[in-house]
Unconditional design. Structure first.
Lengths: 272, 329
């Protein structure tokens, strides 16, 4: 399915105002949109929808979605406060997507790439079997077509409601990335706010080049779990993109406005 | 003899104590001998009642049992030689993961596993079996050693999870785990994984990619601890909620076999590995020997293709294909 118009459409009932989660400033939506959802006051990079992300990174009209018909089945019969099936249905309504990642091919400044974009609004971008499958299939497509791969991660980790099957997606996707690596094709991992748990500990940290957006929260354990374990307050800036850069875990922190150009440049330097 | 009794095992305590007294006697009178026989029979019946019908939550508790054999116990009992190797060559040696060169039934191999502690001091030193990145990096170094010298790898899984701490994050816990997943997937030597205790999420999986993944009857393996799951979904860590989560998450060996995540269940003696460690260890040894032999017969390319195909299929029962297209907004 080709996406004909990836544009943010002002929806009915959507406020013209928006609050920055970092500095709590009330912002004029149009102004924030114009700045690619970066807070004009504090520079925080607000979370994006998949459509907004694609709109900012890929060449207009070039995105072709893959495996859009895959959807999750409640294999464990998991019900907590709500049945998992109901949570899935709600997430689909809320996001307009069938699952937590959208994959496809596109061009970035004229270069063909295979892409995967996580949707944090879909059950926290959690990775269940379908997310793992879509990522694996797009890597396999990249292998067949000899394309570079770019994933934009935004996820709390593995999807609890699919139990150990979701844990195994870490293995499945990492394995596919290993094949991509052996085939000499580049994989760029773009870590966006937030990327933690099983997604960080698989595709997130496996990029030939790891990039992150400013201030993005990135780590294995979530900050709350760490605080409960060590019974201390965490230092300011802990697990933020700049912290990871300082500790040698990522290559670059890239502002949103520069992302398209930097990705294209890196691909050129690796592939030309 | 068992040192710790879980609530549901308490009925065995008094019986075990008396049996122990009788067994320790150098010579037994006919009355004492008869009493020993009677108590042994009673014990078997009680064990059948307690361990014959375990709930998933009870199995989780057993998988963490203080008397269960740990990795080093398996190595000591099963390997005629073992040279422990240390350090990741980058930062430190992590005592929460042990590994080295060993000889198992005449065959040299590389063995790696999570290691909990028995005494308070050892528990602290081994960080309760929760590895830091250097532990996973040491493991990877040993996996590569195995590959270079064509030694099969056996790993033992027994951890609550990778350590969630500041230092672990600073040194790249996520990166260390991710790299192990990718490298184990392509390692050109047979790998056998045995889940012998608690298989805690990514921290377990980082030693868990294998041509055969075996699991003891009372071991468990999960994406999150039942307590953690209950805390997230219900905001409470009560035993009742944890018991619910243990069931909902499908964490037992039988569950994982049905889900296609493991290849085989290794039985434990009735009463469990914590009551009969020698017998349980022997059963694990037999299983490893059998699978090693099968894997050794496969050409390496075939071995790797099968490993790939096995993990490629994981989770397929949770995937559906829908007909109609869904328009992106």
């Amino acid at each position: 399915m080709a996406v004909r118009a990836i544009r943010h459409v002002q929806e009915e009932g959507e406020s013209i105002w928006l609050k920055c989660g970092t500095c709590q400033e009330i912002l004029f939506r149009k102004e924030v949109e114009r700045r690619l959802f970066v807070c004009p006051k504090c520079g925080a990079h607000l979370r994006l929808t998949v459509e907004q992300r694609l709109f900012m990174v890929v060449d207009r009209g070039s995105f072709v979605e893959h495996d859009s018909t895959l959807s999750s089945r409640d294999a464990l019969g998991f019900t907590d406060r709500k049945p998992y099936a109901m949570r899935l249905a709600e997430a689909r309504c809320k996001t307009g997507h069938r699952e937590g990642v959208i994959c496809g091919t596109a061009t970035v400044q004229g270069r063909r790439v295979a892409l995967g974009v996580f949707d944090f609004a879909f059950l926290g971008g959690s990775m269940g079997a379908v997310v793992g499958e879509k990522l694996t299939r797009i890597i396999e497509h990249a292998l067949a077509e000899r394309l570079p791969v770019i994933f934009f991660a935004a996820s709390g980790g593995a999807r609890m409601q699919e139990g150990v099957l979701s844990l195994m997606q870490m293995a499945k996707v990492s394995m596919a990335l290993g094949r991509l690596r052996a085939a000499g094709l580049p994989y760029l991992s773009v870590l966006t706010d937030p990327t933690t748990g099983g997604v960080a500990a698989s595709l997130g940290m496996l990029g030939d080049i790891n990039l992150a957006e400013p201030q993005a929260l990135i780590g294995f354990a979530g900050p709350r779990v760490i605080e409960q374990t060590i019974r201390e307050k965490l230092p300011p800036g802990f697990q933020r993109a700049e912290f990871l850069l300082e500790h040698g875990m990522i290559d670059l922190v890239v502002e949103r406005k520069d992302l398209r150009r930097v990705l294209s440049q890196l691909l050129g330097l690796l592939c030309d | 003899m068992q040192t710790t009794y879980l609530d549901f095992e308490k009925p065995l305590m008094e019986l075990d104590k008396r049996l122990d007294v009788l067994r320790r006697l150098g010579t037994r009178s006919p009355t004492e001998e008869a009493e020993l026989c009677r108590l042994q029979e009673q014990c078997r019946q009680l064990e059948a009642a307690i361990y014959g019908t375990l709930s998933p939550w009870q199995r989780v508790q057993l998988s963490r049992h203080a008397d269960r054999p740990y990795t080093l116990d398996y190595i000591a009992a099963l390997c005629s030689e073992f040279v422990e190797l240390h350090g990741d060559r980058c930062f430190a040696d992590d005592p929460a993961i042990v590994g080295g060169l060993a000889r198992f039934r005449g065959r040299p191999l590389v063995v790696v596993g999570h290691q909990r502690g028995r005494t308070v001091a050892e528990k602290v030193r081994r960080n309760f079996g929760m590895p830091r990145p250097e532990g996973y990096r040491k493991a990877l170094r040993l996996f590569h050693l195995a590959e270079r010298f064509r030694r099969p790898v056996v790993t033992f899984i027994d951890t609550q999870g990778a350590y969630p701490g500041i230092d672990a994050e600073e040194r790249g816990q996520a990166e260390a785990i991710a790299r192990n997943l990718r490298e184990m997937a392509g390692l050109r030597t047979p790998i056998i994984v045995v889940v012998v205790g608690e298989g805690g999420s990514g921290g377990a999986l980082a030693l868990g990619i294998g041509d055969r993944v075996l699991m003891q009857e009372n071991a468990c393996y999960s994406v999150i601890t039942p307590e953690g799951c209950a805390a997230i979904l219900y905001g409470e860590r009560t035993p009742e909620r944890a018991a619910w989560a243990a069931e909902a998450l499908r964490v037992t060996a039988a569950d994982l076999l049905a889900l296609g995540v493991i290849d085989s269940v290794i039985p434990e003696p009735l009463g469990g590995a914590h009551r009969y460690p020698e017998a349980a260890i022997a059963l694990v040894g037999d299983a490893i020997a059998q699978h090693l032999e099968e894997l050794a017969a496969l050409p390496l390319d075939e071995l790797l293709a099968r490993r790939l195909a096995k993990f490629r299929r994981m989770g397929e029962q949770a995937i559906a294909e829908e007909d109609e297209e869904m328009e992106m907004r």
